[in-house]
Design a protein around this ligand. Structure first.
Ligand SMILES: Nc1ncnc2c1ncn2[C@@H]1O[C@H](COP(=O)(O)OP(=O)(O)OP(=O)(O)O)[C@@H](O)[C@H]1O
Length: 221
C-alpha cells in the first residue's frame, strides 16, 4: 500500500518567486488498484506522479510504501528501491532510438547484476511476448510505429517485475485505435496484479478504474 500524506510542493525559482504546484494532497493506493489522475494543464499531475514515484522529494509531507517512507532512505537506496519496484511509462516513450526493441527492454536489468545473460534474454523475451511484440524484437526503436514504441516502453517497465507502474499520459501521442489498445494492455496488466497510476487528459481512459482523482491548482477535488 502507498500512502501520500499532506504532500505540498513548491518550485523555488529564486528571488522569492515560487510556484505552489501541490497543496496538502493526501490519499492512498491499495495493492492492485488502477488509479487515474486527471486535471487541466498545469494542475500538478506530473509533479504529483514524480513525488509518489520517488523522483521528487516534496517540500512537505510523506510518501510511504508499506510503511517505509521513501524519502527517508539514503539516496542510493531510493534509486535501488525505484529500480526494483517501480516501472515508468511516458508519453514520449524515451527509448534509445538506435537500440533494438530487445536492447531497450533489457536496459533496466543491467544495473541489477544478479541476472545472467540467459536469464536476461528469457525475461526480455517474456516481456516482449506479453505486449505482443515478440516479432519486432530485432527492429531498432526508430523503425517502430508509435503504438509499437509504447509497447516496447511498457515491456521495459514490466521486465523487472515491478509491482507498481506509473504512466504519464501514455496515450498522449497516439491515435484513438492505438490509445485504445494501450489502455487495454494496461488494464490486462492490472488484472494480472500490477498496481497502476495513470495520468491522463482523456476522460475515456478513466472508465472502469478503481479511483479517479481530479487535480485542480495542486489540490485534489
Ligand atoms: N521544474 C519546475 N520549475 C518550476 N515550476 C514548475 C516546474 N515543473 C512544473 N512547474 C509548475 O508547476 C505547476 C504544475 O506543473 P505540472 O507539470 O505538475 O502540471 P501538469 O498538470 O502535469 O501539466 P500538463 O498537463 O501540462 O503536463 C505548473 O504551474 C508548472 O508551470
Amino acid at each position: 500500500m502507498i500512502k501520500i500524506e499532506r504532500v505540498s510542493h513548491k518550485y523555488n525559482l529564486g528571488l522569492s518567486n515560487e510556484v505552489k504546484a501541490l497543496n496538502n494532497v493526501s490519499f492512498s493506493i491499495n495493492d492492485g488498484d488502477f488509479i487515474g489522475i486527471i486535471g487541466h494543464s498545469g494542475s500538478g499531475k506530473t509533479t504529483l506522479l514524480n513525488v509518489i514515484s520517488g523522483l521528487l522529494k516534496p517540500s512537505e509531507g510523506s510518501v510511504t510504501y508499506d510503511d517505509k517512507e521513501i524519502y527517508h532512505l539514503a539516496m542510493n537506496h531510493t534509486s535501488q528501491f525505484r529500480n526494483r519496484n517501480i516501472g515508468f511509462i511516458f508519453q514520449d516513450y524515451y527509448l534509445e532510438p538506435k537500440f533494438t526493441a530487445f536492447e531497450n527492454v533489457s536496459i533496466p536489468l543491467m544495473p541489477q547484476k544478479e541476472w545472467s545473460l540467459k536469464e536476461i534474454e528469457s525475461k526480455v523475451n517474456e516481456a516482449l511476448d506479453l505486449v505482443g511484440l515478440a516479432h519486432r524484437k530485432h527492429h531498432k526503436a526508430y523503425q517502430l510505429s508509435g503504438g509499437e514504441k509504447q509497447r516496447v516502453a511498457i515491456a521495459r517497465a514490466i521486465v523487472t517485475d515491478a509491482k507498481v507502474l506509473f504512466a504519464d499520459e501514455p496515450t498522449g501521442n497516439l491515435d484513438s485505435k492505438n490509445s485504445h489498445e494501450i489502455m487495454n494492455l494496461l488494464r490486462n496488466l492490472n488484472k494480472q496484479g500490477k498496481t497502476i497510476v495513470l495520468i491522463t487528459h482523456k476522460n475515456e481512459d478513466t472508465i472502469g478504474l478503481s479511483k479517479v482523482l481530479f487535480l485542480k491548482d495542486g489540490t485534489v477535488q
